[in-house]
Ligand binder design. Sequence first.
Ligand SMILES: [Zn+2]
Length: 651
Amino acid sequence: MAAGSAVPVPASHLDVARDADPATRAANAAMAATLPFGDTRDFEAARRGLIAPVPEGVVRTGSGTILWNLGEYAFIDGELAPATVNPSLWRMARLNLANGLFKVAERVYQLRGFDIANLTVLEGDSGLILIDPLTTAEVSRAALAHYYAHRPHKPVVAVIYTHSHIDHYGGVRGVIDEADVEAGKVVVIAPAGFMDAISGENVLAGLPMMRRAQFQFGSLLPRGARGQVDAGLGKGIARGTSGLIAPTQSIERPIETHTIDGIEIVFQLAPETEAPAEMHMFYPGLGVLNMAENACPLLHNFIPLRGSVARDPRIWAKYIGDALAMYVPHTEVMIGQHHWPTWGREAIADYLEAQRDLYKHIHDQTLRHMNKGWRPAEIAEGIELPPGLAERWSVRGYYGTVSHNVKAVYQRYLSWYDGNPCNLHPLPPAPAARKFVEYMGGAAAVIARAKADFAKGEFRWVAQVMKEVVYAEPDNIEARALCADALEQMGYQAESATWRNAFLYGAQELRHGVFKMPARINLSADTLAGLSSDIFFDMLAVRLDPAKAAGQGMVINWHFTDRDEKLALTLAHSTLSHRLGEWSDRAAATITTTRATLDTLILGKLEVPEALTSGALKIDGDPSRLAALFGMFDQPSAMMFDILTPGEGRL
Ligand SMILES: [Zn+2]
């Protein structure tokens, strides 16, 4: 069967962006009527303390390539949302345009709108403490330069990563030099488990996460009232060069207090919340509480659409409650590493109580319904936020949604399986779709009925049933076009930026096919260097092609002289396993090298014969074993696999 993604869609179906249908107009107008637009406090907070906006709204590389451009959002210029944008999301899209250098409190500044996250600057006695240096070196460098253009030029003495997501550490090389870290001039501080969390979340399953993130953030959508308007946490993710400098100091105890360059910082660990490794900070001398990414003015994700291990909203609520009790009585301003601050003790307490109860409520009510036997999709449809929460802007689903967060809670406790044995062993998607469509009288009959439902505004159902036709007949242009049209209207109605982006990008791929990108290793040299050898060999193991390894067995001893590490790697049953700190006396070969050399080999920047010739790698025993092993790995695969169509080589 032909794969569908490469089929060009005739020009008559290339309505890149249709207008809002009457049902979408009605839905968006009805929602607007229920929202408290009279409450404009967030707009005042987002502007408060502005010193100077992002210069020209643009960050370029040295050669002029644009990596970040707020000018693309010039169409977001009025209070009234276009019919093609949910009115609540439009409001957030306007708020997230606030940008520049802001003074938050004495000695506390923020650079917002240089990327999706905020770079926070604490002015120490002799230098600067930078919190969360953005996604790429180019934008963090530009942000710091903007700070220096308006504030005294003091050296950076510390960098703090609040958590293990790349928008909070990837740009570190733009603001500090690793040599200064090695020389002890700059300390790099992170919560316990930071490096393991990066490996766990982004290395073993990094490729599908990157592919799915395209849907979450809408990075390949045009900007516009019929395209990407926002990403919920900010406008989007900056392009450029991401890296990592490993922390030199880890916060290990639940609460630790350190004085850094004259500023007292109380670190509150909050593991297994928004990220596996995360922490809040309280600065007692400044009256400022930093909630990292655990209390953004929206409903966050229990599982983001890009995919992750299910997060724990119960413990998340508990850590917000702890911060509320311990620090808010002494707090004047609350900041986060996305969005704008909240000023005033009462307002902060009110805000954090709502955040705490938002996460706890969704958790508790999902469990309550699970205990009555409800299934994920039923609970997702059945739970609404209670009075007192529902009418607040700060808990709305601009990023996560109640619907998909409920399903994440279900998954965390009871897994993907709803308990109904009819769902235990169904046919895979494409064979099932072919049967469904056959039973329903063929594609033409299904499309005719779906068109009638589309006219009635039943877009959710149309997308659901057209998915079956597209999976049964990936080359069916009419089915693809109708599915795209339905997803598009759902995108126009979505309050969540991530849902809007996913629906609109899905429509774009159905209409135009998958945007082809070259296959590449999805890891930076920095990330690779930061991996423990334990995770490194797990990463190799998930690339092993069992067909190529079938019937073979071997043991290889490794010695990494740069890390003073030994390990034994065993291939058996088409599976790789390893034991750190052990050497086998059954080994076919013993390899002495450095992890740095092995990293370079994996990145494809060095070949084994070269490494042998130069002496960077030595093999005792059978030299053919290493080449044989390397021959069993998958080549780096193209990230742009099919999602909306069945895809080649799958069932
Ligand atoms: Zn973030």
